[in-house]
Every structure is written in structure tokens, then in C-alpha cells.
Design a protein around this ligand. Structure first.
Ligand code: TMP
Length: 210
């Protein structure tokens, strides 16, 4: 059986990734592909427990390396238990966030040298990189205004400067990585959905004609 494809959605907190997942899933369903929806950090019981540790507001500061290592601990479980087996069974995996988020948040936002992330990614998932990444780009101030009412977790509570740096890193990655498609998420949701569908259709066409 042919391997499944690995599609990720990325962007700073509050950009609206979650509302686009059903849109991608429904579209893939129309082609008859089996799909699996998952997220990071999380996706297995152990990885979800690590997620709780990561997002809780503790009385002590997280060292940047602690945050990075926990992200990759969760990812290791997720890839081993869920992502790799699904792809190998021919399932198309739709995942909210993956290692690109570690480059944006832990390297861009927390100033960790990207070379450490390269090494951890190689150790934890080797060749399992997304085939297509939908990066939703939005101005940091605009997203803050949109989500004024929601309660922030530990990472969301980081200041605007942290999110500006994370966004900058996402945009740099998108500029130099062909699999990452940058989408202007400041537009109305219906327009963003149309573009997401167009990109996924294009991806399906190219990847199934090989
Ligand atoms: P979520 O709210 O999109 O589910 O993600 C949880 C938080 O974890 C979000 O603030 C982004 C952050 N995160 C990182 O900092 N690094 C990572 O590698 C991942 C996957 C998520």
C-alpha cells in the first residue's frame, strides 16, 4: 500500500488553525483517502500528559531547554505511536503543529540555537517531515485583539515580543521551504478556507500523479 501523506497546520496562537482542520479533512475525504486528525504537543496519552505540564502556569520559570526537550519528548511518543504507523498504513495524517513550531517558538521566540532543534528532529523523527505545511500568517497585534476574551495558558501568556519573534521565524521558514505554504490569515475565514482548499487540491494533484 502507498504511504499516506503528512499535512500540518502552523501559525501563532489564535490564528484559527483548529477551524481549518475539518475543512482539510472533508476535502481529503472526497478523494477517498483515510485520514487521521491529531495535534502537538499531544496525540497519545503520554504526549497529552506532557502537554499538560507544558501549558500549566507553574510557580517557577521554565528554562527554555526544558520547554524544548518536553516538546520533543511528546513528539517522540507521537511519531512512534501514532504518526509513523498511520503513514505506513496509507493513512493521511492531518496534524496541528509539528517541528516547525519548535523552530518558531523555541528557537525564534526563546532564542535557542536552531542547530539543537535540527539534532533533536533528526533523533526523534528522522525522515518523517510533513509533505505539506499550511502556515497561517497573521499580525501579532491583530490576533491578540481577536482573542481578548480567552484565558491564556503558560505559553500564550508570553508577551507580544515573543510572538513577534515566533512569527518572524515562521515567515523565514516559509520563505525558504517549498513544502510550507504561507496563507494570509487576516482575511475573512471563508477566503482563508478557499485558499486552504486550493492548496490542498494542488498538493493532492501533484502527489498522486507521481
Ligand atoms: P496549541 O495551543 O496550538 O495546541 O499549542 C500549544 C502551545 O504549544 C502553543 O502555544 C504553541 C506551543 N508549541 C511550542 O511552543 N513548540 C512546539 O514545538 C509545539 C508543537 C507547540
Amino acid at each position: 500500500m502507498a504511504n499516506g501523506k503528512f499535512i500540518t497546520l502552523e501559525g501563532i496562537d489564535g490564528v484559527g488553525k483548529s477551524s481549518l482542520v475539518p475543512c482539510v479533512n472533508e476535502l481529503l475525504g472526497t478523494y477517498g483517502f483515510k485520514t487521521l486528525i491529531t495535534r502537538e504537543p499531544g496525540g497519545t496519552p503520554v504526549a497529552e500528559a506532557v502537554r499538560e505540564i507544558l501549558l500549566l502556569k507553574w510557580d517557577e520559570e521554565f528554562a527554555p531547554a526544558t520547554e524544548l526537550l518536553l516538546m520533543f519528548a511528546a513528539r517522540s511518543q507521537h511519531v512512534t505511536e501514532v504518526i509513523a504507523p498511520a503513514l505506513n498504513r496509507g493513512v493521511w495524517v492531518i496534524c496541528e503543529r509539528f517541528s516547525d513550531a519548535s523552530y518558531a517558538y523555541q528557537s525564534g521566540g526563546r532564542n535557542i540555537n536552531a542547530a539543537f532543534i535540527d539534532s533533536l528532529a533528526e533523533l526523534v523523527h528522522g525522515d518523517y517531515w510533513p509533505d505539506l505545511t499550511l502556515y497561517l500568517d497573521i499580525d501579532v497585534e491583530l490576533v491578540r485583539k481577536r482573542r481578548l476574551d480567552s484565558e491564556d495558558d503558560r505559553i500564550e501568556s508570553a508577551g507580544l515580543e515573543f510572538f513577534r519573534k515566533a512569527r518572524e521565524r515562521y515567515r523565514e521558514l516559509a520563505n525558504r521551504t517549498p513544502r510550507i505554504k504561507q496563507i494570509d490569515a487576516s482575511r475573512p475565514l471563508s477566503e482563508v478556507k478557499d485558499e486552504v482548499r486550493r492548496l490542498v487540491r494542488e498538493f493532492v494533484k501533484v502527489s498522486t500523479s507521481k
